[in-house]
Ligand binder design. Structure first.
Ligand code: KIV
Length: 295
Protein backbone atom coordinates (compact mmCIF):
# COMPACT_ATOMS: atom_id res chain seq x y z
CA UNK A 1 0.00 0.00 0.00
CA UNK A 2 1.40 3.43 -0.88
CA UNK A 3 0.87 6.06 1.76
CA UNK A 4 0.11 9.42 0.25
CA UNK A 5 1.68 12.18 2.33
CA UNK A 6 1.39 15.87 1.54
CA UNK A 7 4.09 17.48 -0.60
CA UNK A 8 6.68 19.25 1.57
CA UNK A 9 9.05 22.15 0.91
CA UNK A 10 12.05 19.72 0.70
CA UNK A 11 10.07 17.67 -1.88
CA UNK A 12 9.68 20.83 -3.98
CA UNK A 13 13.36 21.70 -3.55
CA UNK A 14 14.36 18.21 -4.67
CA UNK A 15 12.64 18.83 -8.01
CA UNK A 16 15.40 21.21 -9.17
CA UNK A 17 16.21 20.34 -12.77
CA UNK A 18 13.71 17.44 -12.83
CA UNK A 19 12.28 16.47 -16.18
CA UNK A 20 8.70 17.25 -15.16
CA UNK A 21 8.31 20.94 -14.30
CA UNK A 22 6.71 21.88 -10.98
CA UNK A 23 3.15 23.19 -11.12
CA UNK A 24 1.81 25.76 -8.69
CA UNK A 25 -1.64 27.39 -8.90
CA UNK A 26 -3.19 29.93 -6.55
CA UNK A 27 -6.26 29.21 -4.42
CA UNK A 28 -8.00 31.32 -1.80
CA UNK A 29 -10.84 29.24 -0.36
CA UNK A 30 -12.09 25.67 -0.07
CA UNK A 31 -13.63 25.29 -3.56
CA UNK A 32 -10.59 26.68 -5.38
CA UNK A 33 -8.25 24.58 -3.21
CA UNK A 34 -10.26 21.42 -3.95
CA UNK A 35 -10.10 22.04 -7.71
CA UNK A 36 -6.36 22.63 -7.88
CA UNK A 37 -5.53 19.74 -5.57
CA UNK A 38 -7.80 17.35 -7.47
CA UNK A 39 -6.04 18.46 -10.67
CA UNK A 40 -2.73 17.33 -9.16
CA UNK A 41 -0.70 20.53 -8.66
CA UNK A 42 2.49 20.27 -6.61
CA UNK A 43 1.90 23.48 -4.65
CA UNK A 44 -1.03 25.74 -3.87
CA UNK A 45 -0.15 29.39 -3.45
CA UNK A 46 -2.47 31.41 -1.26
CA UNK A 47 -1.25 34.55 -2.96
CA UNK A 48 -1.73 38.14 -1.90
CA UNK A 49 -3.29 38.45 -5.38
CA UNK A 50 -6.26 37.65 -3.10
CA UNK A 51 -6.54 41.45 -2.79
CA UNK A 52 -7.18 41.91 -6.51
CA UNK A 53 -8.86 38.73 -7.74
CA UNK A 54 -11.10 38.02 -4.74
CA UNK A 55 -11.45 41.22 -2.71
CA UNK A 56 -11.67 43.70 -5.61
CA UNK A 57 -8.77 46.01 -4.72
CA UNK A 58 -6.60 47.62 -7.44
CA UNK A 59 -3.33 46.31 -6.01
CA UNK A 60 -1.99 43.78 -3.50
CA UNK A 61 -1.04 46.35 -0.86
CA UNK A 62 -4.41 46.27 0.85
CA UNK A 63 -4.38 42.83 2.47
CA UNK A 64 -3.15 42.16 6.01
CA UNK A 65 -1.67 39.09 7.65
CA UNK A 66 -5.07 38.46 9.26
CA UNK A 67 -6.74 38.51 5.81
CA UNK A 68 -4.15 36.06 4.52
CA UNK A 69 -4.50 33.76 7.53
CA UNK A 70 -8.28 33.68 7.09
CA UNK A 71 -7.88 32.43 3.50
CA UNK A 72 -4.94 30.11 4.25
CA UNK A 73 -7.10 28.40 6.87
CA UNK A 74 -9.93 27.87 4.36
CA UNK A 75 -7.49 26.27 1.90
CA UNK A 76 -5.82 24.15 4.61
CA UNK A 77 -9.14 22.81 5.89
CA UNK A 78 -9.52 20.93 2.59
CA UNK A 79 -6.42 18.92 3.62
CA UNK A 80 -4.76 19.13 0.19
CA UNK A 81 -1.98 16.83 -0.91
CA UNK A 82 -0.15 19.80 -2.44
CA UNK A 83 2.18 22.02 -0.41
CA UNK A 84 0.31 25.12 0.81
CA UNK A 85 2.47 28.23 0.38
CA UNK A 86 1.17 31.45 1.95
CA UNK A 87 2.15 34.94 0.82
CA UNK A 88 3.42 37.27 3.51
CA UNK A 89 1.62 40.51 2.65
CA UNK A 90 3.17 43.94 2.28
CA UNK A 91 4.50 45.41 5.56
CA UNK A 92 4.34 42.07 7.36
CA UNK A 93 8.11 41.48 7.02
CA UNK A 94 9.46 45.00 6.54
CA UNK A 95 9.27 46.49 10.04
CA UNK A 96 11.39 44.32 12.33
CA UNK A 97 12.51 40.78 13.01
CA UNK A 98 9.90 40.04 15.71
CA UNK A 99 6.96 41.16 13.59
CA UNK A 100 8.33 39.24 10.61
CA UNK A 101 8.61 36.00 12.56
CA UNK A 102 5.24 36.42 14.28
CA UNK A 103 3.48 37.10 10.97
CA UNK A 104 5.11 34.12 9.27
CA UNK A 105 4.16 31.94 12.25
CA UNK A 106 0.54 33.03 12.10
CA UNK A 107 0.31 31.84 8.48
CA UNK A 108 1.87 28.50 9.47
CA UNK A 109 -0.60 28.19 12.37
CA UNK A 110 -3.38 28.87 9.86
CA UNK A 111 -2.24 25.78 7.96
CA UNK A 112 0.47 26.78 5.48
CA UNK A 113 3.56 24.59 4.99
CA UNK A 114 5.74 27.46 3.80
CA UNK A 115 5.64 31.23 3.29
CA UNK A 116 6.62 33.38 0.31
CA UNK A 117 7.99 36.90 0.39
CA UNK A 118 8.98 39.42 -2.26
CA UNK A 119 12.43 40.90 -2.83
CA UNK A 120 16.05 39.77 -3.05
CA UNK A 121 19.20 41.06 -1.35
CA UNK A 122 17.17 43.65 0.62
CA UNK A 123 15.07 40.91 2.26
CA UNK A 124 17.79 38.46 3.24
CA UNK A 125 17.56 39.37 6.94
CA UNK A 126 13.81 38.67 6.90
CA UNK A 127 14.38 35.35 5.10
CA UNK A 128 17.01 34.29 7.66
CA UNK A 129 14.85 35.29 10.63
CA UNK A 130 11.95 33.17 9.35
CA UNK A 131 14.19 30.22 8.49
CA UNK A 132 15.59 30.29 12.02
CA UNK A 133 12.12 29.44 13.29
CA UNK A 134 12.08 26.39 10.97
CA UNK A 135 9.59 27.85 8.50
CA UNK A 136 10.46 27.18 4.84
CA UNK A 137 10.64 30.32 2.69
CA UNK A 138 9.96 30.74 -1.04
CA UNK A 139 11.49 33.84 -2.65
CA UNK A 140 9.86 36.03 -5.31
CA UNK A 141 11.77 38.42 -7.58
CA UNK A 142 11.27 40.22 -10.90
CA UNK A 143 7.97 42.05 -10.97
CA UNK A 144 7.12 42.18 -7.28
CA UNK A 145 3.60 43.62 -7.04
CA UNK A 146 4.14 44.80 -3.44
CA UNK A 147 6.71 47.28 -4.90
CA UNK A 148 4.25 48.59 -7.50
CA UNK A 149 4.73 52.25 -6.55
CA UNK A 150 8.52 51.97 -6.46
CA UNK A 151 8.59 50.11 -9.80
CA UNK A 152 6.21 52.59 -11.42
CA UNK A 153 3.62 50.03 -12.53
CA UNK A 154 3.17 46.40 -13.53
CA UNK A 155 6.15 46.21 -15.94
CA UNK A 156 8.48 43.51 -17.22
CA UNK A 157 11.69 43.58 -15.12
CA UNK A 158 15.33 42.81 -15.93
CA UNK A 159 15.26 44.03 -19.52
CA UNK A 160 18.60 45.86 -19.25
CA UNK A 161 21.92 44.15 -18.60
CA UNK A 162 22.43 45.73 -15.15
CA UNK A 163 18.90 44.88 -14.07
CA UNK A 164 19.28 41.28 -15.29
CA UNK A 165 22.54 40.94 -13.33
CA UNK A 166 20.92 42.44 -10.22
CA UNK A 167 18.07 39.92 -10.45
CA UNK A 168 20.58 37.07 -10.75
CA UNK A 169 22.41 38.39 -7.68
CA UNK A 170 19.07 38.55 -5.83
CA UNK A 171 18.28 34.94 -6.74
CA UNK A 172 21.73 33.71 -5.66
CA UNK A 173 21.42 35.59 -2.34
CA UNK A 174 17.96 34.08 -1.69
CA UNK A 175 19.18 30.56 -2.49
CA UNK A 176 22.28 31.01 -0.32
CA UNK A 177 20.12 32.28 2.54
CA UNK A 178 18.12 29.05 2.34
CA UNK A 179 14.99 29.67 0.23
CA UNK A 180 13.70 26.33 -1.09
CA UNK A 181 12.37 27.82 -4.38
CA UNK A 182 12.11 31.20 -6.08
CA UNK A 183 9.25 32.69 -8.10
CA UNK A 184 10.38 34.72 -11.13
CA UNK A 185 7.65 37.09 -12.28
CA UNK A 186 7.60 38.94 -15.61
CA UNK A 187 11.18 38.73 -16.75
CA UNK A 188 12.53 37.98 -20.25
CA UNK A 189 13.02 34.26 -20.84
CA UNK A 190 16.80 34.64 -21.32
CA UNK A 191 17.05 36.24 -17.86
CA UNK A 192 14.90 33.50 -16.32
CA UNK A 193 17.18 30.93 -17.93
CA UNK A 194 20.32 32.62 -16.62
CA UNK A 195 18.83 32.73 -13.10
CA UNK A 196 17.59 29.13 -13.30
CA UNK A 197 21.08 27.97 -14.28
CA UNK A 198 22.66 30.05 -11.49
CA UNK A 199 20.77 28.72 -8.47
CA UNK A 200 20.56 25.22 -6.94
CA UNK A 201 16.86 25.61 -6.06
CA UNK A 202 13.85 25.46 -8.39
CA UNK A 203 12.68 28.61 -10.12
CA UNK A 204 8.93 28.87 -10.69
CA UNK A 205 7.99 31.28 -13.45
CA UNK A 206 5.00 33.46 -14.17
CA UNK A 207 5.55 35.44 -17.35
CA UNK A 208 9.16 34.21 -17.33
CA UNK A 209 9.16 31.78 -20.26
CA UNK A 210 9.71 28.05 -20.38
CA UNK A 211 13.23 27.71 -19.00
CA UNK A 212 12.15 27.77 -15.35
CA UNK A 213 11.90 24.63 -13.19
CA UNK A 214 8.16 25.19 -12.82
CA UNK A 215 5.23 27.43 -13.67
CA UNK A 216 2.61 29.22 -11.59
CA UNK A 217 -0.63 30.90 -12.66
CA UNK A 218 -3.53 32.51 -10.85
CA UNK A 219 -6.70 30.37 -10.55
CA UNK A 220 -8.95 33.14 -11.86
CA UNK A 221 -6.75 33.68 -14.94
CA UNK A 222 -6.69 29.95 -15.84
CA UNK A 223 -10.47 29.74 -15.51
CA UNK A 224 -11.44 33.00 -17.20
CA UNK A 225 -12.61 35.14 -14.30
CA UNK A 226 -11.67 38.76 -14.79
CA UNK A 227 -12.91 42.17 -13.81
CA UNK A 228 -14.52 44.14 -16.65
CA UNK A 229 -11.98 46.13 -18.64
CA UNK A 230 -9.07 44.05 -17.29
CA UNK A 231 -6.50 43.23 -19.97
CA UNK A 232 -5.18 39.66 -19.80
CA UNK A 233 -1.38 39.67 -19.62
CA UNK A 234 0.26 37.84 -22.57
CA UNK A 235 1.66 35.13 -20.27
CA UNK A 236 -1.79 33.97 -19.18
CA UNK A 237 -3.29 30.96 -20.92
CA UNK A 238 -7.00 30.73 -20.17
CA UNK A 239 -8.46 27.22 -20.23
CA UNK A 240 -12.12 28.04 -19.56
CA UNK A 241 -14.49 31.01 -19.54
CA UNK A 242 -16.13 30.39 -16.18
CA UNK A 243 -17.11 34.00 -15.49
CA UNK A 244 -19.05 34.15 -18.76
CA UNK A 245 -20.52 30.66 -18.14
CA UNK A 246 -21.50 31.63 -14.58
CA UNK A 247 -23.41 34.68 -15.82
CA UNK A 248 -25.26 32.52 -18.38
CA UNK A 249 -26.15 29.93 -15.69
CA UNK A 250 -27.40 32.57 -13.25
CA UNK A 251 -29.39 34.30 -16.03
CA UNK A 252 -31.13 30.96 -16.64
CA UNK A 253 -31.96 30.70 -12.92
CA UNK A 254 -33.39 34.23 -12.97
CA UNK A 255 -35.60 33.45 -15.95
CA UNK A 256 -36.81 30.14 -14.41
CA UNK A 257 -37.81 31.93 -11.21
CA UNK A 258 -39.55 34.72 -13.13
CA UNK A 259 -41.34 32.22 -15.38
CA UNK A 260 -42.55 30.22 -12.36
CA UNK A 261 -40.74 27.05 -13.48
CA UNK A 262 -38.45 27.02 -10.43
CA UNK A 263 -38.88 25.28 -8.06
CA UNK A 264 -40.55 22.25 -9.63
CA UNK A 265 -42.47 19.67 -7.64
CA UNK A 266 -39.34 17.46 -7.54
CA UNK A 267 -37.38 20.35 -6.00
CA UNK A 268 -39.97 20.84 -3.23
CA UNK A 269 -40.55 19.15 0.15
CA UNK A 270 -44.12 17.81 0.42
CA UNK A 271 -46.26 16.72 3.34
CA UNK A 272 -48.43 13.65 3.23
CA UNK A 273 -52.00 14.34 2.04
CA UNK A 274 -53.27 13.49 5.50
CA UNK A 275 -50.91 16.00 7.15
CA UNK A 276 -51.86 18.68 4.62
CA UNK A 277 -55.50 18.12 5.42
CA UNK A 278 -54.74 18.24 9.12
CA UNK A 279 -53.15 21.62 8.69
CA UNK A 280 -56.34 22.81 7.01
CA UNK A 281 -54.62 23.89 3.86
CA UNK A 282 -57.44 22.42 1.72
CA UNK A 283 -60.43 22.53 4.02
CA UNK A 284 -61.23 22.20 7.71
CA UNK A 285 -58.47 20.77 9.93
CA UNK A 286 -59.04 17.23 11.22
CA UNK A 287 -57.86 15.90 14.55
CA UNK A 288 -54.72 13.81 14.31
CA UNK A 289 -54.29 11.01 16.80
CA UNK A 290 -50.89 9.90 15.54
CA UNK A 291 -47.85 11.91 14.38
CA UNK A 292 -46.92 11.78 10.70
CA UNK A 293 -43.69 12.65 9.05
CA UNK A 294 -43.20 14.96 6.12
CA UNK A 295 -42.17 13.29 2.84
O1 KIV B 1 0.00 36.56 -5.24
C1 KIV B 1 0.19 35.84 -6.24
O2 KIV B 1 -0.73 35.31 -6.86
C2 KIV B 1 1.58 35.63 -6.67
C3 KIV B 1 1.79 34.95 -7.97
C4 KIV B 1 1.57 35.92 -9.08
C5 KIV B 1 3.13 34.32 -8.08
O3 KIV B 1 2.48 36.01 -6.00
Amino acid sequence: MTVCRPVSAPDVMARKGAEAPLVMVTAYDAPSARTVDAAGVDAILVGDSLAMVVLGYDDTLQVTTADMAHHVAAVARTRPNALVVADLPWLSYHVNREETVRNAASLIRAGAGAVKLEGGVKRIEAVKAILETEIPVMGHIGLTPQSIHALGGFKVQGKELDAAQALTDDAIALAEAGCFAIVLECVPDAVARMITESVPVPTIGIGAGRHCDGQVLVWHDILGFEAEGHRRPKFVRTYAEFERDAVVAIEEFCSDVRAGTFPSSAETYHMTDRMTEALGLYGDPIALDEPELTQ
